[in-house]
Design a protein around this ligand. Structure first.
Ligand SMILES: [Fe+2]
Length: 384
C-alpha cells in the first residue's frame, strides 16, 4: 500500500511538472515601470521590466502627430530576450511634447534557427516634454535617505509636486543595501513610477548604502548613467549640475567590507575627472553651478575616512572652481551652512531623511524650500 501511495504521488508530481511546462497560463505583463532616464533636448532612455523574456520597443508620437517605432540594437543584434528593458530614443526636437507607449513582444522559445513569439503587449500612452535648448529657469526636487521607506516618500509625492518639476534627484541611501533588484522597486522606484517617473526623469545619485549587497554591482543596469559613470556633469537651463559619487564612508579595510572595498582608488580616479570637469566650458560658462553629492563636503574635526578624503581633496577644488550651492544628505539632519561656514566658500544644504527640497534656479538666484512629508515648509533659502 505504501509503495502504491509513493508511486501515485510521484506520478502526480511528474504530471504537474509536465503540464506546467506545456501550459503557461500567465500572460505577459509589465512588472515595473516605465521610468525615464537621461532626458535631454534630443533624446530619452525608457526602462521597464516584464514577467517574461521579451523584445522591447517604443511607439513614439511627436508634435507633428507622426508615430514611429523604435527598437535598439547593438553590434547588429536587436536588443531583447531579457526581462529588464531599456530603449534609447534619439532624434527628438527640443522643447516638445511627446507621447510614448512601451511595447513588448514575448519570446516563448529562442532557438538558433527558430524563435517562437508569444504575447504582444502595448501599454497606455504616457507623455514627456523635452527641455528647451535655451531656458532661463530650472526646477527640481531632491529626495534622499529614504532607506526603503517608500511609504513616507509616497506621502510627500501624493501632493503631486514631482510632476511639476523638471526632474528629481534621488540623492543616495534610497535603499539600505541591494541583495535583490526587488529592493530597488519596493524601496522607491515603484513609488516614483506611480507619481511621476513615467513622465519626468530622475537622477539616481549613489549613496554609501547603495554600495552594499551583492546586487550593488548591477545598479547601472536599471538606470542610465552618462558615460556609464556615477559621477558626471549636465546642463539644464541656467545651471550646470555636477553630480558626484561619495563612495563608502569607512576605510576600505573596515571589517564590514570583508576585503571587497576599493573606494580610496575610486575617489582618486573621480578626483582626476573632477579636475577636468571644473575646467570644462560647460562648467565655467554656466550662470549657476550646483554640486549634488550624498555625503556633504564639509570641514569638521572628526571625520571618517570617506568624508575626510572628500573634504581634503574635493572641497578645495570646488571652492576654487566657484560653486553656487552644494546639496547633500547622509546625516539625517537638516543643516544649512552659509558660504564659508562649511569650511569652504560655497553654501551647503544638507537635507534630512524626513524632508524634501524643492529648488527653482534662474540666472540671478537659487531658491530652495525644505518641506516635511505633509508639504509643510520647514526652511527657505535664497542663494544669490
Ligand atoms: Fe549615507
Amino acid at each position: 500500500m505504501k509503495k502504491v501511495c509513493s508511486l501515485l504521488i510521484l506520478t502526480i508530481v511528474f504530471l504537474n511538472t509536465s503540464l506546467s511546462q506545456v501550459i503557461d497560463n500567465e500572460n505577459l505583463t509589465v512588472t515595473h515601470g516605465p521610468w525615464l532616464q537621461n532626458l535631454d533636448a534630443n533624446g530619452v532612455t525608457i526602462l521597464w521590466t516584464t514577467n517574461k523574456p521579451a523584445v522591447p520597443g517604443i511607439n513614439i508620437t511627436g508634435p507633428d502627430g507622426k508615430t514611429r517605432f523604435v527598437r535598439n540594437s547593438h553590434d547588429g543584434i536587436v536588443d531583447g530576450g531579457g526581462m529588464l528593458h531599456r530603449v534609447r530614443v534619439e532624434g527628438l526636437e527640443p522643447g516638445s511634447i511627446y507621447k510614448y507607449s512601451i511595447h513588448s513582444v514575448q519570446i516563448m522559445r529562442y532557438q538558433a534557427y527558430k524563435i517562437y513569439y508569444g504575447d504582444t503587449l502595448s501599454r497606455k500612452a504616457e507623455t514627456f516634454t523635452t527641455p528647451a535648448l535655451i531656458s532661463g529657469v530650472v526646477s527640481f526636487l531632491v529626495v534622499n535617505d529614504v532607506h526603503n521607506n517608500s511609504g513616507k516618500m509616497s506621502s510627500y509625492f501624493q501632493k503631486g509636486i514631482a510632476g511639476e518639476k523638471d526632474f528629481c534627484f534621488f540623492n543616495g541611501d534610497m535603499v539600505d543595501f541591494l541583495q535583490s533588484p526587488d529592493e530597488l522597486f519596493t524601496g522607491f522606484l515603484d513609488s516614483a513610477v506611480t507619481y511621476f517617473a513615467s513622465k519626468k526623469p530622475f537622477y539616481y545619485v549613489r549613496g554609501n548604502h547603495e554600495t552594499r549587497g551583492y546586487k550593488a554591482r548591477e545598479i547601472k543596469n536599471y538606470f542610465d548613467y552618462k558615460a556609464g559613470k556615477y559621477y558626471y556633469g549636465f546642463d539644464f537651463g541656467p545651471v550646470h549640475f555636477t553630480v558626484l559619487d561619495c563612495g563608502e564612508d569607512k576605510p576600505d579595510n573596515n571589517k564590514n567590507y570583508f576585503g571587497l572595498a576599493d573606494y580610496d582608488s575610486y575617489r582618486a580616479e573621480e578626483l582626476e575627472w573632477l579636475k577636468k570637469e571644473v575646467k570644462s566650458e560647460a562648467f565655467r560658462n554656466a550662470k549657476k553651478r550646483i554640486v549634488i553629492i550624498h555625503m556633504p563636503i564639509v570641514k569638521e574635526e572628526k571625520q571618517n575616512n570617506g568624508m575626510k578624503y572628500l573634504s581634503d581633496n574635493f572641497g578645495p577644488l570646488l571652492q576654487a572652481a566657484g560653486v553656487n550651492l552644494m546639496i547633500s544628505a547622509h546625516t539625517h539632519r537638516n543643516t544649512f551652512y552659509e558660504a564659508g561656514k562649511s569650511g569652504f566658500n560655497y553654501p551647503l544644504l544638507v537635507n534630512s531623511n524626513n524632508s524634501f527640497v524643492e529648488v527653482i534656479a534662474d540666472e540671478k538666484e537659487i531658491h530652495a524650500v525644505v518641506k516635511d512629508v505633509t508639504g509643510k515648509q520647514l526652511a527657505e533659502y535664497f542663494i544669490k
